[in-house]
Design a binder for this molecule. Structure first.
Ligand SMILES: Nc1nc2c(ncn2[C@@H]2O[C@H](COP(=O)(O)OP(=O)(O)O)[C@@H](O)[C@H]2O)c(=O)[nH]1
Ligand SMILES: [Mg+2]
Ligand SMILES: [Zn+2]
Length: 308
């Protein structure tokens, strides 16, 4: 038996990294039941597995066992509403690549990502890319957002692939860790990864989005090694991690600044909408709670798709 880490999963075939350097092909035999997780795929990138060489086949392996996961990222299955789709497992941190240029990332999108990170208990980094293209107003917004999100406990990095800004800082933040890269198509995920490690040679400028064309393109998350013990997971085609299995009543727990306030709300089942004696609303009125964050909270609360 060989121990390895799943670096790619196409649904029927898996690529497993062994000895930190060799990729082998492996498959599952028979039905593989995962306890307690209602998902469409039993194994994800990042899973640690035990494989054995398949008899009679040439150089292919069978996955016999999955080690217990430290954590995982899951999203709603595209095909089966009540089921989830595993995106990655055993990750140290998730980086959201955003840009205030094109395709501009909305604050709602950033906040939904951060709520997911809180729910999965995984540290989050926000990478503001394409800073070389920002005008004065966008630079001012960048400054405000960096201050806001840093104060909430999220690391922020400002980068430019073209002008080589922030790349060393980003490299330091991902060193010796497993980091999932997420973000809209076109924000520069692959370009950043190529700059972090030139050997990756990932395809860039997939500008046309399949969403616009209504075509469902299947792409898969893939893990790369950029340095010894440093792994990154690129997630092409995964539009949004989304929130999954978060109840309306617990949503505020995943906004750290609201979590810190809600103990002072008059009612312990307060939803922080219009209840008397709500500490969150009073902080909002006093200006100590960010209006955009509160707006994200309300819009997530009102979006029924987010809930069970
Ligand atoms: N000016 C500028 N262009 C960038 C930057 N990063 C990426 N791009 C360009 O943005 C486009 C999309 O980049 P890509 O890496 O494919 O984005 P991905 O879809 O997130 O992987 C490409 O044409 C890149 O050359 C940057 O920092 N500055
Ligand atoms: Mg890409
Ligand atoms: Zn309240």
């Amino acid at each position: 038996m060989i121990e390895g880490i799943v670096v790619k999963s196409t649904g029927s075939w898996y690529e497993v990294l062994i000895d930190r350097s060799t990729r082998i092909k492996a498959r599952l035999r028979g039905k593989f039941k995962i306890k307690d997780l209602n998902v469409t795929n039993p194994i994800a990138v990042g899973d640690k597995v035990l494989c054995q060489l398949e008899l009679g086949e040439e150089g292919t392996y069978v996955i016999h066992e999955i080690f217990p996961r430290e954590n995982y990222i899951i999203r709603k299955s595209v095909h089966k509403a009540k089921q989830g789709h595993l995106i990655a497992a055993n990750i140290d941190q998730m980086a959201l690549i955003v840009t205030l240029y094109q395709p501009r990332t909305s604050l709602g999108f950033i906040d939904r990502f951060l709520v997911s990170a809180e729910a999965f208990r995984i540290p989050a980094i926000i990478v503001f890319n394409k800073v070389d293209l920002y005008n004065e107003e966008e630079l001012e917004t960048l400054n405000k957002l960096s201050i806001l999100y840093t104060s909430l406990g999220y690391q922020c990095v400002v980068t430019s692939v073209v002008q080589d800004i922030g790349i060393t800082e980003l490299k330091l933040k991902i060193a010796d860790k497993i980091t999932l890269f997420s973000g809209h198509s076109g924000v520069g995920k692959s370009s950043l990864l190529n700059l972090i490690d030139v050997r990756l040679d990932l395809r860039t400028a997939e500008v046309s989005t399949f969403a616009d064309k209504g075509v469902h393109t299947t792409t898969f998350a893939e893990m790369f090694t950029t340095a010894k013990d440093t792994y990154v997971i690129d997630t092409p085609g995964i539009k949004e991690l989304g929130i999954f299995e978060i109840g309306q009543e617990e949503l505020a727990h995943y906004f750290p600044e609201m979590l810190a306030l809600m103990g002072d709300c008059k009612f312990n089942n307060c939803r922080h909408i219009n209840e008397p004696g709500c500490a969150v609303i009073s902080a909002l009125k006093q200006g100590s709670l960010s209006p955009t964050r509160y707006q994200s909270y309300i819009s997530m609360l009102n979006n029924e798709d987010n809930y069970r």
